[in-house]
Ligand binder design. Sequence first.
Ligand code: C5P
Length: 234
Amino acid sequence: MKDVIIACDFSSGTQVLEFLDKFASCARKPFVKIGMELYYAEGPSIVREIKKRGHRIFLDLKLHDIPNTVRKTMKVLSNLDVDMTNVHAAGTIDMMKAALEGLTREDGTRPLLIAVTQLTSTSEERMQKELLIGAGIADTIAHYASNAAEAGLDGVVCSPLEAAMVKEKCGSGFIAVTPGIRFADAAADDQVRITTPARAREIGSDFIVVGRPITAAEDPVAAYERCVKEFLPE
Ligand code: C5P
C-alpha cells in the first residue's frame, strides 16, 4: 500500500507527458499526483492519457462546496477512474459524507478519499486572526482528522511531522499522505516543515508526495529511485 507519489506540477500536458516518458524503462511505474494547475489547463483528457499509460493517479483538486455539488462532482471524478482524490475537511462532516457517496461506484468500488486538514501554508497566527479559529493548529488538525474519520474517509493530507499524531487519534489504518519531503542533502525551497523519505517512513507516512526533489532534479528517474529506496526499503 505504501508508495511514493510524484507531484507533477506542470502547466501543460506536453510537459507532463515528456516528463513521464523518462520513466519508461523504470521497473516501478510511478504513482502521480495531478493538481489544479494541470487539470484546469488540460481537463479530464490528461487524466485519461496518464491512466492509459498505466500510472496510478492522485487527483488533487481539494473540493470544498455545498454537499450536493461535491457529491455530483465526485461522481464525475470517480468515472475518470482515478485512484485517490481529496476534499477540504473544513467543508464539514456532511460534505465529506456526500463526497464519499458520490465517489462510490455502482459496484461498490471507489478511489481513496483523503481530507486536507489545514494547509501547510496556513500559520497558527493567521488561522486564529483571519479565520477566527481559536484552537491551536495542532488541535485543529487533530480535530479535522477525526471529523474525516467519522465521515468514513480513508485518511488525511498532513505534514509528515503530524502523521504520528493523526494515527494516534484516528487509528493506525487511517492513511497519512505527506508532502514536505526533502533529501537530507537538499534545499528546502518554500517548504517549512520538512523531513526525509526515510524519516517519513519511520514516523508512519503511508504515501509521500514529492515534487521538486524529483521534477527539478538533473536525473528525475535517479531521484525517484532514491526516494523509493529510502521510503520503501526491501
Ligand atoms: O515540490 P514539492 O515537493 O514541495 O511539492 C509538494 C506538493 O505537495 C505540491 O504539489 C504541493 O501543492 C502539495 N502540497 C503541499 N502541502 C500541502 C498540501 C499539498 O506541499 N499541505
